[in-house]
Design a protein around this ligand. Structure first.
Ligand SMILES: CC(C)(COP(=O)(O)OP(=O)(O)OC[C@H]1O[C@@H](n2cnc3c(N)ncnc32)[C@H](O)[C@@H]1OP(=O)(O)O)[C@@H](O)C(=O)NCCC(=O)NCCS
Length: 255
């Protein structure tokens, strides 16, 4: 296998996947993933049937394979209401046409890793999703032991929303998966119970601060009515006291 140092000045280009890519595409999938994909999957990818895809090729590849895949991403558009992450989105029930883009597979052959190729491929998916007004997010699953992919998606600012127990069943064993999401076009996750509770607590705390600062203000006004002229100097000198600072800062917080 070609080792990373054998890659001299690669010139990476991105293009759609086409029927002539099928053999290499199947081969790379077989090498990179523990799951066996059906023939129909590859047929749909190379013919662009319900699947969008991008390929990376090295135009400077020394062995004359300048149009051969060295990386790819495949994705599918799904209706948000039909997706398993519907309840993890702030879903507008009146809008039934909201969509999501689900990344099916992403891979870069070993010799071309850590050159930013997967980042470019995922950015293409995000750009594509952002260009669809109905699309709210790009999402995917990563098997729980794939720390490279977990690091990769975290670095790409995807949000890990859930760990799904026994999501994959491979060679008689069950594996958990992580669900990663990247929101686009104003999509976002609904507030969790914790977020709602913490919002209410901070709202109540700010309210109490606001009321108590007003009460303190009123008390000061009452006090200042007494020795108005006589103690004016002391009132001025009291201005930067703790009490006044507290009133100002809590007043600010209330706004
Ligand atoms: C995951 C994978 C697609 C990354 O491809 P890549 O082209 O090497 O990724 P990039 O060069 O764009 O890496 C971008 C960032 O991802 C992270 N990353 C990539 N490979 C990593 C590794 N081996 N360990 C830790 N972090 C890694 C880094 O943070 C990196 O940023 P940096 O270069 O600034 O440090 C590639 O390793 C791969 O094909 N793996 C096998 C298939 C797979 O697991 N696919 C994902 C699940 S569908």
């Amino acid at each position: 296998m070609l080792k990373p140092k054998a890659i001299d000045c690669p010139s990476i280009c991105y293009r759609p996947i086409k029927p002539s890519d099928r053999e290499v595409l199947e081969q790379i999938h077989g090498n990179l993933f523990p799951i066996r994909y059906e023939s129909e999957f590859f047929h749909n990818v190379v013919n662009g049937r319900e699947i969008v895809s991008w390929a990376a090729v090295d135009r400077n590849r020394p062995d004359g394979r300048s149009d051969e895949l060295i990386g790819f991403v495949t994705a599918r558009i799904v209706l948000a209401k039909d997706s398993e992450i519907c309840d993890l989105l702030q879903h507008n029930s009146s809008s039934t046409d909201q969509t999501l883009v689900y990344i099916l597979t992403l891979g870069v052959v070993e010799a071309y890793r850590n050159l930013g190729i997967a980042s470019s491929l995922v950015r293409k998916v995000v750009k594509y999703a952002s260009g669809m007004p109905t699309c709210r997010a790009v999402y995917l699953h990563v098997i729980s032991y794939n720390s490279t992919a977990i690091n990769f998606y975290t670095k790409m600012s995807f949000k890990c929303l859930q760990r799904l127990p026994s999501f994959y069943f491979i060679n008689g064993r069950r594996y958990d998966s992580y669900l990663f999401v990247y929101y686009v076009n104003g999509g976002r996750s609904p507030c969790s119970l914790l977020e709602i509770v913490s919002f209410m607590v901070s709202y109540i705390r700010d309210g109490i601060k606001c009321v108590s600062s007003r009460l303190r203000k009123n008390e000061k006004r009452k006090v200042s009515k007494w020795p108005k002229c006589k103690e004016s100097h002391s009132l001025i000198s009291m201005a930067p006291s703790k009490g006044n600072v507290a009133v100002d800062s809590s007043g600010y917080e209330c706004v």
